[in-house]
Design a protein around this ligand. Structure first.
Ligand code: 5GP
Length: 237
């Protein structure tokens, strides 16, 4: 497959056109950003680790009945994905309270959430990805009511699958963010990426952070922690 012009470049990934209009090449770069792009660094090998991580998780989800845009690995840092019409919202599930939830609501950090909670955010860096609700999505036409129901259902399904998978590998899936899009037939598919950049994982015994919070909080060892998570989940499969 020929890599064509760059279609879009985000904070950590670039999307490239291909000779097939139905497919794109998703390139994972070493760039790492936090706080809406205020903090940016290059972390050696991170693009490669996240590409392999995402491929492993997306394949596992697909084999468990969650439809995704992922098709196959192309190189160490690139994957082939379906060309999607992206829905501009982020779907977040939280099993443990931390991050923006604690800041926003004054909730104790580390509180176990039973049942897990769900939040929608608008993808809009300039406005710091504000929290939105189902009615906003409907009124502003970002997605249909049916798509809203499906996004929630699928995000909780992913939580069940990945929660069990990470528990088996000695980790806690604290929270994560998903994005969805429509394929050329209008079907809702899981899109974007799932990686330690978009999830929080804690070691089950020590509660050591093994995700992008290492970068956000200047804890060091970011890529090594990502690679350790990948090693644990692949060793356990
Ligand atoms: P929080 O709302 O606490 O900042 O994030 C909740 C979860 O969603 C975390 O796992 C975080 O990594 C992920 N998340 C939320 N928004 C974004 C985003 O804009 N980019 C990325 N990479 N992850 C996000």
């Amino acid at each position: 497959m020929e890599r064509g012009l760059e279609l879009y470049s985000g904070k950590a990934k670039s999307m490239h056109l291909t000779d097939d209009p139905g497919r794109l090449i998703m390139e994972f770069r070493d760039d790492t950003s936090a706080f809406d792009g205020e903090k940016i660094e290059q972390l050696d090998r991170k693009g490669m680790v996240n590409n392999l991580f995402n491929a492993f998780i997306m394949t596992r989800l697909q084999n468990t009945g969650v439809e995704t845009h992922f098709e196959k690995l192309l190189s160490k840092t690139e994957s082939i994905v379906k060309n999607m019409d992206m829905i501009p919202v982020e779907c977040v599930v939280r099993n443990i309270a931390t991050g923006s939830l604690c800041k926003r609501l004054g909730i104790e950090d580390g509180l176990n959430l039973e049942p897990p909670t769900f939040e929608f955010f608008l993808k809009d860096d300039a406005r710091h990805d504000p929290m939105i609700n189902d009615y906003h999505i409907d009124s502003f036409g970002w997605a249909t009511r049916e798509e809203v129901v499906l996004m929630k259902r699928n995000t909780f399904q992913v939580n069940d699958i990945l929660g069990a998978m990470f528990a088996d590998a000695g980790m806690i899936l604290v929270d994560f963010k998903l994005e969805f899009g429509r394929d050329s037939s209008g079907n809702l598919l899981l899109a974007d990426e799932i990686s330690p950049d978009t999830c929080r994982f804690w070691d089950a015994e020590t509660h050591e952070k093994m995700d992008k919070d290492r970068f956000r909080r200047d804890l060091g060892g970011v890529t090594d922690a990502y690679a350790e998570v990948l090693k644990r989940i692949t060793a356990n499969s």
